[in-house]
Design a protein. Structure first.
Length: 585
């Protein structure tokens, strides 16, 4: 008989446990789904906020990518401009924990050139991400970081650095926010400096940083001594037109560009508004050497005498001209500052700086010779030079007899100081005008030169220029043993309806050594007021000539020109023609 085993009935509590497990599992899955959903939403939100914040920051302050540029160096390889990764200091307003007022005061203590109000505005208004400082120095970054404000950040940005600061600022120029040249060499050679194929090849200038530093220093001392409005100076290699140094005062720091104060636009004759010309008195960025025209006065006289020699008008230096009284011409009176009251010869005309005799010589040349020579020297057009900042000379509207006579002594015609310096190079180097350049010339480079004066005239003018320094108005420009020759120029600044008798432009154009001229040095001063040594005396002999002397003495050895006490250009045959020593102009 089979045994039947009875199955036990399921327990009621087991079913309940299964149901509870199923419910718990479902609840756990629901919580996980909700958690994942929340996490996903939060992550998406954070990503969106990051992108939006980045876009806002980009809109607020992030600069455009700055293109890499080649370095600029002087003739000896000294760096003048280069690209670096610099520091900026920025603030995120929504993260600032401290009191903006207190923070603004602390930032002003670190950057005293910016006001407390400026920093407070940057901390409280504008975009959520604002610059506090660009091109910050490492020590400035460290000082701001020490404030402990979490809302301040220090992004690294590519920037153009000018390691010599203000040195040669007007030649080198600067770059704008987009990384392109704004003026000077940076603008003139923008494409070359941006060319990726040439990025590793520095642009080599003719500039000598040592000579440039000395020129700027001597000019600055001269301006301070004379309480002048400004000054300009240039050093040219007379043999090839290289610009060895060029300075304009006041100057600026291309690492810290101040806002440019532009004059209001002017209404043209056609009724259209045009940008006003920036006056050098208004902007330190103005390069007085090439960007401003001046009537440079008696410094023109050697050029006109040289033209008369080549024209056959002056064949004998002992020939005399009537300087007994002022010269009346077309209702205009030509007079001398220190009249001799007698007939004077050609060397005396230059040594005593006679306007009257110079005008008579120009009158003998007629109306074609002098303007032809001036045109050959480039006085009627913008200088053939790489920099874009070049002024066009002021040429007489009509070359009348009066214009012919007055331009011979530097009145009624206005050129840049670089125009005159290049003309003096031609006058002393054998008579050949060379195009000036800011670049270092290559050995054997062919120049687009032209002959302006004969070699014989150039040789004679070297003697006469040396005599002006030995016995004439240029005596205070002499640098013992360096054989300096040159000419003073003192001219009143033109104004509406005439000339400002108390506002002078003083110039000394020179070359050295005169027995074998290597360099031309021209220094000009705008409205000197006189120094403690000569109170109230504002002529070139007292204002710029001493600056030339100090500068040449200082830099000649740097240019491989060494003092030679027993060497000089021979002027013995001409000295007997001088009957008295000249008074300082």
């Amino acid at each position: 008989m089979a045994t039947i085993i009875a199955r036990p009935e399921p327990r009621q509590d087991s079913r309940e446990q299964v149901d509870l497990v199923v419910v718990a599992h479902g609840r756990i899955m629901l919580v996980l789904i909700i958690f994942v959903a929340i996490t996903t939403v939060m992550a998406a939100r954070m990503v969106w906020m990051g992108v939006a914040a980045g876009a806002q920051a980009e809109r607020s302050i992030s600069p455009l990518p700055v293109p890499q540029r080649a370095d600029i160096v002087d003739r000896n390889g000294v760096p003048l401009a280069r690209n670096i990764d610099g520091y900026a200091i920025a603030v995120r307003r929504d993260r600032v924990l401290g009191d903006p007022r207190v923070l603004a005061v602390k930032l002003h203590d670190i950057f005293p050139d910016q006001s407390v109000g400026y920093f407070y505005k940057q901390l409280t208004s504008g975009g959520n991400w604002n610059y506090l400082r660009q091109r910050a120095l490492p020590r400035e970054v460290a000082a701001v970081n020490a404030l402990g404000e979490v809302g301040i950040e220090f992004p690294r940005e590519p920037e153009r650095l000018y390691p010599q600061r203000t040195l040669a600022a007007h030649i080198i120029g600067f770059t704008n926010r987009e990384g392109h040249g704004g003026m000077g060499v940076e603008a003139a050679f923008d494409e070359r400096l941006l060319d990726p194929r040439l990025r590793g090849q520095p642009l080599e200038l003719a500039l000598d940083a040592r000579v440039q530093a000395a020129l700027e220093d001597e000019l600055s001392q001269g301006v301070t001594e004379q309480s002048a409005k400004g000054a300009a100076g240039v050093v040219l290699d007379a043999t090839n037109g290289e610009v060895v140094a060029m300075a304009s005062l006041p100057t600026f720091n291309p690492n810290r560009l101040a806002p440019l104060q532009l004059p209001p636009p002017v209404m043209g004759r056609d009724g259209k508004l045009r940008p006003a010309i920036i006056d050098c008195d208004m902007s330190p960025r103005c390069n007085r050497v090439v960007q401003a025209n001046y009537e440079l006065g008696s410094a023109f006289k050697p050029l006109s005498i040289g033209a008369a020699m080549d024209a056959g008008v002056v064949t004998d230096l002992s020939k005399t001209y009537d300087a007994t009284k002022p010269l009346q011409i077309a209702g205009f009176t030509i007079h001398d500052d220190h009249p001799l009251g007698r007939w004077i010869n050609v060397p005396e005309t230059l040594v005593h700086s006679s306007n009257i005799a110079t005008a008579r010589i120009a009158d003998e040349m007629g109306l074609t010779t002098l303007p032809k020579v001036y045109r050959a020297l480039g006085f009627d057009q913008r200088l053939d030079f790489e920099l874009k900042e070049r002024a066009k000379p002021l040429w007489p509207r009509e070359w009348s007899r009066l214009a012919n006579m007055t331009t011979a002594y530097g009145h009624g015609i206005a050129v840049t100081p670089l125009h005159l310096a290049s003309a003096y190079a031609a006058l002393v180097n054998g008579g050949v005008w060379h195009p000036v350049t800011v670049l270092k010339r290559k050995p054997g480079e062919q120049l687009a030169s032209r002959r302006v004066f004969t070699e014989a005239t150039s040789a004679r003018m070297r003697q006469l220029l040396r005599m002006i320094v030995l016995s004439g108005t240029g005596r205070s420009a002499d640098a013992p043993a360096y054989r300096v020759g040159g000419k003073t120029g003192t001219a009143e600044k033109p104004t509406r309806g005439g000339y400002a008798h108390r506002s002078l432009i003083t110039t000394f154009a020179s070359a050295f050594p005169m027995d074998n001229p290597r360099y031309v040095v021209l220094i000009m001063m705008d409205e000197p007021q006189g120094s403690a040594r000569a109170p109230g005396v504002r002529t070139a002999a007292y204002t710029v000539a001493p600056v030339v002397s100090r500068f040449i003495t200082r830099v000649a050895p740097l240019l491989n020109v060494f003092p030679e006490q027993n060497r000089d250009i021979d002027t013995t045959a001409l000295m007997p023609l001088l009957h008295e020593q000249a008074k300082d102009e």
